[in-house]
Design a protein around this ligand. Structure first.
Ligand SMILES: NC(=O)c1ccc[n+]([C@@H]2O[C@H](COP(=O)([O-])OP(=O)(O)OC[C@H]3O[C@@H](n4cnc5c(N)ncnc54)[C@H](OP(=O)(O)O)[C@@H]3O)[C@@H](O)[C@H]2O)c1
Length: 251
């Protein structure tokens, strides 16, 4: 994709990876619109980067999605890049007496249906553009799961598969389909502790790497994944799946 002159819509742009991507693209001369539920953060994003636009959108609310996306399409018909990034993560203890499917339902609604709803709302517009990009945020955990985040990992595995089919179906159109597969990054995805966890990659370092990969077009098969995650990505191919799964799930 071109790195400047785009009009980019980013879901889940109030914090973490989405917000950092929004600021990086804004700094490179793109028009950027971000969405999310927390309106105070939408205001803060716009104040920090004058010109960046924040619009409230709850991807789990059908009415909000249909009304807001219609407003966004009418106001910004020039959108040519969609980054479906919003997501949630929940730990699940399936052994617990109290375990039920409520967390799983929430994850499926947001991480799977939220991404599909977003793409469905903007695809008709993007299909008519000469240079469109759809990027969705998956995870390196799509390739080998952490069992304590069972539905979360499965939701990202779903996206990995679904994006391949989307890419294939759109192959005759100038719509690039990218899958962003972050490693463990310092954001508040699983709570405050993650944002300063020394085992997680600093957010600024990760975003700099992503922007470099995009600039260089370094995303074979549409996959943006750091080299350090290649062992997980290719675990099955390399005959290392059991070994890596065991190492990731020691407790
Ligand atoms: N950080 C990591 O280690 C990591 C690793 C792999 C993949 N990822 C993926 O990266 C993406 C961004 O996560 P993050 O780490 O940056 O965490 P984050 O800071 O918690 O960001 C999540 C974003 O999603 C939005 N969101 C969540 N539910 C939503 C809903 N129902 N409607 C609209 N927006 C919603 C949040 O905005 P509001 O709360 O304001 O609605 C927020 O902007 C996610 O898809 C996540 O799975 C993260």
């Amino acid at each position: 994709m071109q790195m400047t002159g785009n009009t980019i819509l980013i879901t889940g742009g109030t914090s973490g990876i989405g917000r950092a991507l929004a600021e990086a693209f804004h700094d490179r001369g793109n028009r950027v619109i971000v969405t999310g539920r927390r309106s105070c953060l939408l205001d803060e994003v716009a104040v920090n980067r004058p010109g960046l636009i924040g619009i409230p959108l709850d991807l789990n609310d059908d009415l909000s999605v249909s009304e807001t996306t219609e407003q966004i399409r009418a106001r910004f018909p020039e959108i040519n890049v969609l980054i479906a990034n919003a997501g949630i993560s929940r730990m699940e203890d399936i052994m617990a007496e109290s375990w039920d499917t409520s967390a799983a339902q929430e994850i499926v609604n947001t991480n799977i249906m939220g991404v599909l709803r977003t793409i469905a709302a903007f695809l008709p517009m993007l299909k008519s553009r000469p240079d469109a990009t759809i990027m969705a945020t998956g995870s390196a955990l799509a390739f080998v799961p952490r069992a304590d985040f069972a539905t979360y990992c499965a939701s990202k595995a779903f996206l990995h598969s679904w994006l391949q089919s989307l890419r294939h179906q759109l192959r005759t159109l100038p719509v690039e389909v990218l899958e962003l597969s972050p490693p463990y990054v310092q954001t508040k995805l699983t709570g405050e502790r993650q944002a300063s966890d020394p085992r997680a990659m600093p957010l600024t370092t990760y975003i700099a790497d992503v922007m470099r990969m995009l600039e260089e077009g370094n995303h074979p098969h549409g996959e943006l994944i750091l080299e350090r995650d290649f062992p997980r990505r290719y675990a099955e191919r390399d005959g290392r799946y059991e070994e890596i799964f065991t190492a990731m799930n020691l407790t």
